[in-house]
Each structure stands twice: as structure tokens, then as C-alpha cells.
Design a protein around this ligand. Sequence first.
Ligand code: GCO
Ligand code: MG
Length: 412
Amino acid sequence: MTVAGAKPVTITDVQTILTAPEGIRLVIVKVLTSEPGLYGLGCATFTQRALAVATAIDEYLKPFAIGRDVDRIEDFYQAAYVSSYWRSGPVLNNALSGVDQALWDIKGKRANMPVYQLLGGKVREAAPVYVHASGSEPQEVEDRAREYMEQGFRHIRCQMAIPGLTTYGSRGGKTLQALSPEQTRTWEPGPYMRAVPRLFEHLRTTLGDEVELLHDVHERIPPIDGVWLAKALEPYRLFFLEDLFAPEDADYFRLVRQQTSTPLAMGELFVNVAEYAPLIRERLIDFIRVHITDIGGFSMARKLAAFCEFMGVRTAWHGPGDVSPVGHAANLHLDLATPNFGIQELSLMSDRLQEVFPGTPVVRDGALWANDLPGWGIDIDEELAARYPFAEEPGHGYWPEIRRLDGTVIRP
Ligand code: GCO
Ligand code: MG
């Protein structure tokens, strides 16, 4: 049923654009419409399985989308979500996110407004971000943090390499590559757990009380050690401690919550509402950190933000290098309109990335600023994007295998 006389604008094509300007595989979706020149962009980046997402879009979602009314974003989301019967999961959610975000971009362009306006308008001028400082010893992390502070950043995630071990998020370790037995990386929780409280003692003493410090455990330690670590870090008043437990061990949040007031951030690996809703409802975490494309896109994320508002949980959308600039723009539009915004993670975007994606949000005074263009305010130079194809390598960018010294595989 359509309103008499109103001919809907429909989806005429869904294109998948694969590009890796910084060597990180990004997946962008472009939705074309029956209105000449009107299109939208969405992020569908699941870098470790980018080609699977592209297939899900090209073979399944595109035929499902063509001919549909671009204005009915929620209806599209609901219908597409159940169109596979078995649903959720990072591949299907990313595919869905690509089209969902592109439809929000189109909606903004049709309304001639930035997307944050469609959400009720700005509640802040810009979104404060946190950046990543790392090093192989406390002094080096401090130096790096100071450089960021001089540039105006007030929130800094600090990670430190552990000698001889491959530690998440630290410089000095080996870089991510395709797998081979010789490249297998080793890691032990003990040395890491002894080092992290020392690192933060050093940083708090030398950097003072004003700067906000963050840390990502990246689910690498046994849960009870996570409980210990959260307590050990309490004196250093972290802004948040991230991914203390793997999603599979989320019940431990009930335990740790009773024992420490260290603020807890969780969620980049979540894909299904049944995983994150209980943690929020029971006020077991302080920051929700989902990767917006991995939960199905912007339509889901804005509902999640509203749910969190009622429960006193703040947002901290996942924003590493494997979120495309289009995805960063979507994060930002939600940040600007969300009262319970906490912080935005930002992997600083290079000049090259900004050339491929004109309109990329800019960083100023430790915050990310949106432009006032309609939609996300961002575009893609497809010719330039094509100059940075995905690397042809076995595994197409698997997450590397990390093992204990005895050979046991551990979580990322
Ligand atoms: C973060 C994350 C990332 C992930 C990466 C996986 O908090 O920024 O943990 O660095 O490891 O996105 O592809
Ligand atoms: Mg993380």
C-alpha cells in the first residue's frame, strides 16, 4: 500500500566495493536508487572474512533488496534479517549493515540533513576520542601518551609489549600476517598480569590525574585472573578496562562486578542481542563497545544506545582500523545524538584514506567532528579505491594463531 500519487524511490542496485588503502581489507556497500544520482554508502567491514561478506551481499542481499522502497529502512532490516532463517553472526550482520547504513545515508540525502539530525539533532558539538599509545616499557608508553596529550587528546589507551611474547596492541611485537607454523605466536598470561599494574602505576604517577587512561585485555587471560586484574588496577582509576572476559565467559561479569569499581567496557565481539542485552539490563558493564556493523548496522545500534541510556551504560563504539571511514562516520553521527555517549575509539585516519573517502570526519582538539553535508557526509572515490586491491595471500587476512608456550591455542 502506498500513498496515492507518491511513487516510491526504489533500490536499483547494490554494489560491493573492496579496498585496502592501508593494507586493511575494507568492505563498502553502495546502494543505487531509481532517482538519478542518488545513492548511499554503508560499511560492511569484517576484515577477517571480507570475501564471505561480499558473497553474502552480492549473491543474497542484493537480489533481496532490488526494487524495495528506500524509505523503509526498518522494514528492510526486519525482512532481510530473517530472510536467511538462521540469522545473526558476523558475516550476515555485516552484509546487512552495509545496506542498512547506505539506506540511512540515502534517507539523510533525501531529507537534505546529516543523519544526526534525523536522530533528534546534536547533543554535543563533537565526539571526544581515545587513541592508542603503546611501547615496550612504561617509559616508552608514557612518552607516546605525552605526545598525544600535547596534540590535545585527553583519553589514551595504553598497551605494553611483554618481552618475548606477542602482546595485543603493543608495538615491538610482530605484525599480523597469514598463518604458517613457523609464525605461530606465543603468549603467557603471568608476565602480562604482573606487568600491567606496574605500567599503570607508572603512568598515573608520571602523567598525573587529569588524563583518562584505558586498557584492552583482549580476552587473553583466564577469567579468574581477569577478576584479579580488575581489582589490581582499581587504584589507577581507569576510564575503562576493556574485554576482560571473552564473550563465552560473560557470566563472570556478575562476579567481578561485586568486587571492584573499575569501569568495564565490553562487546566488540558481540553479534546477537541475546549476548549483550542481559549485561546491560543487569548493569554489569559500564560501556557498550559493539562493532556497529557486526550487530547488523545502524538501525540496531541506535536502539541499543537508547536501551543503554535507560540502564546507565555509556556508548564506546568500536573504532579500530578495520572500521572503514564510512563506518567511522556512522559511529560519529550516533555519538553526536546520544546523551549517554561515553567515548569514541579512533584509529587515526591517514591522508591516503581520507583521499579515498572524501568527507572523512576530521580530528580536532581530541575529538572527531562531522561536516554538515546530508547523509553521512562522506563519499568514496571509486577509481582511487580500485588502486588499493586486497592483497592476494593465503587465508585472506586470518586473525593469527596465538598459543601458550605449551602449544595450546588461546583466544585473541
Ligand atoms: C580494539 C580492538 C581491535 C581488534 C580488531 C580485530 O579495541 O580496537 O580490540 O584492535 O583487535 O578490530 O580485527
Ligand atoms: Mg578491543
